[in-house]
Ligand binder design. Structure first.
Ligand code: ZN
Length: 485
């Protein structure tokens, strides 16, 4: 079976056929860097990390471009908002580019922790101003855009295909519902390719129409075209940006260059908190940094991959706890295999029957991933395989090194390279970080001291921990600890 992907452009699963044989160009809308990334971002970028990794597993050479939005994204996505980065800079009293730089670094730090491979190119919008001006000029020349009061607007009426991705009929588009419509527009549905900067607007560049800054949609169009050419294979991002962002990207790119923009639109569904969308503007978000103080990064990754990218993911403490247990169960047999490998010297051939088990599970895993990157199904295959491994290793039969290596190799390739979940160095425990593990160790040593009535040692441990702000409480069921501020 060949890889099938759900294409939002046609609203169905299609066999994946790249424009150039053996090569895949993929563009994914990157983060707007004005705050720490949250769980919603984790879902988007883990989703496309999986697409990236799986395509490489299938033998494609992938060029993955993911922009950094450091200008042009307005606070309320309306016509008259303030640039999100400029607003944050005003709040923190620093240069906008300090905000962008700080949160870009923070973003990559989080992605590295989650084992998300870096894109090949991470272009910044502010580094592509001439290209965005050129796009606006081309659209004006061809009659698809007009200049009004120093801004350049795309005329939606001039492009009948507008609405083809989101399925919206332009005649039915609500005229500026809920958002403030700029009086400079001829038609409320038109969108800005370039915006005139008002006095006091801090991020501004010279243009043929006066000082201004690019529209958010324009940056993705020009950076995708610049690094991937037209048409390119995959455009990815969060489903919430399908309209107007993605829709406008397509319209202005195809109108300006007269060529198809992207072949496959892969969009992931959102993260909810008790059924409500998680978002920075909604104030109900958990940052990745926050979640990682309580959970192992692999637990978070496992949690995201446990549901299909086109389903919503409901983020709750219980769900995360259950993911921690699930992940621990997943890597149990991997740990067992590696421990046995360390001490096994049993030569001999690969166990033929087990080689067949490996082959079958690999086939099932690939079938799951070929079906629009079905990671929950792929995980189910790994769990099933884990049961086989446990049965084999807990039996009295001797297991050869060759067999153990074949099992380990299965995990490294599919669980490690493809899912990014089984690193070479396994986390020692999915529950809690190193701190929790060290405390567990200290409490165990203290319990042993108490058991042999060595009160001096037990008291010394308590006193030393107290100096570090850690309070112990001895209870009949055991000792607990907590940090005091
Ligand atoms: Zn974008």
């Amino acid at each position: 079976m060949a890889l099938q992907v759900y294409n939002y452009l046609t609203r169905r699963k299609e066999v994946f056929q790249p424009v150039h044989e053996g090569f895949v160009g993929m563009y994914v809308c990157g983060p707007t860097v004005y705050g720490h990334a949250h769980i919603g971002h984790a879902k988007v970028y883990i989703t496309f990390d999986i697409v990236h990794r799986y395509l490489e597993y299938l033998g494609y050479r992938v060029r993955y471009v993911q922009n950094i939005t450091d200008v042009g994204h307005l606070t309320d996505d309306a016509d008259e908002g303030e640039d999100k980065i400029a607003q944050q800079a005003r709040k923190e009293r620093v240069e906008p580019m300090e905000i962008a730089e700080f949160y870009t670094r923070s973003y990559f730090e989080d992605m590295d922790a989650l084992n998300v491979l870096r894109p090949d190119i991470s272009p910044r919008a502010s580094g592509h101003i001439p290209e965005q001006i050129e796009l606006a000029q081309l659209l004006i020349e061809k009659g698809y855009a007009y200049v009004s009061n120093g801004s350049v607007f795309f005329s939606v009426k001039s492009w009948p295909a507008y609405g083809k991705l989101s399925g919206r009929n332009i005649d039915e588009l609500e005229e500026g519902a809920r958002i403030a419509v700029s009086p400079d527009k001829r038609d409320p549905r038109d969108f800005a390719v370039w915006r005139a900067a008002k006095p006091g607007h801090i991020m501004r560049w010279k243009s043929p129409w006066g000082e201004g800054f690019p529209g958010w949609h324009a940056e993705c169009s020009v950076m995708a075209m610049k690094y991937l050419g037209l048409p390119f294979d995959i455009h990815g991002g969060g489903l919430e940006n399908i309209f107007p962002h993605n829709e406008s990207e397509i319209a202005q790119s195809e109108a300006a260059y007269g060529k198809e923009f992207a072949r496959y639109w892969i969009l992931n569904n959102m993260v909810t908190v008790n059924g409500v969308k998680m978002g920075k503007s909604l104030g109900n978000f958990t940052t990745i940094k926050d979640a990682l103080t309580r959970h192992n990064p692999m637990t978070l990754r496992f949690f995201i991959l446990s549901s299909h990218y086109r389903s919503t993911t409901d983020f709750t403490d219980e769900a995360l706890d259950s993911a921690a247990r699930g992940y621990e169960r997943l890597i149990g047999p991997v740990r067992l295999t590696r421990e046995r490998l360390r001490r096994s010297e049993s030569d001999g051939e690969l166990d033929g029957a087990f080689a067949e088990v490996i082959r079958q599970h690999k086939e099932q895993f690939v079938a799951a991933m070929d079906d629009d990157f079905n990671t929950p199904q792929a995980l189910a295959v790994l769990f099933d395989f884990g049961r086989e491994v446990n049965t084999l290793l807990n039996s009295d039969r001797p297991v050869t090194r060759a067999t153990l290596e074949a099992i380990d190799n299965f995990y490294r390739t599919l669980g490690g390279n493809v899912l990014g979940l089984i690193p070479d160095k396994l986390p020692t425990s999915a529950e809690g970080g190193l701190e929790a593990q060290l405390m567990e160790l200290i409490l165990r040593l203290r319990a042993e001291a108490r058991a042999r009535k060595d009160w001096a040692t037990a008291d010394a441990i308590r006193a030393e921990l107290a100096k570090l702000g850690i309070v112990l409480e001895d209870r009949p069921e055991g000792t607990t600890w907590r940090m005091v501020q």
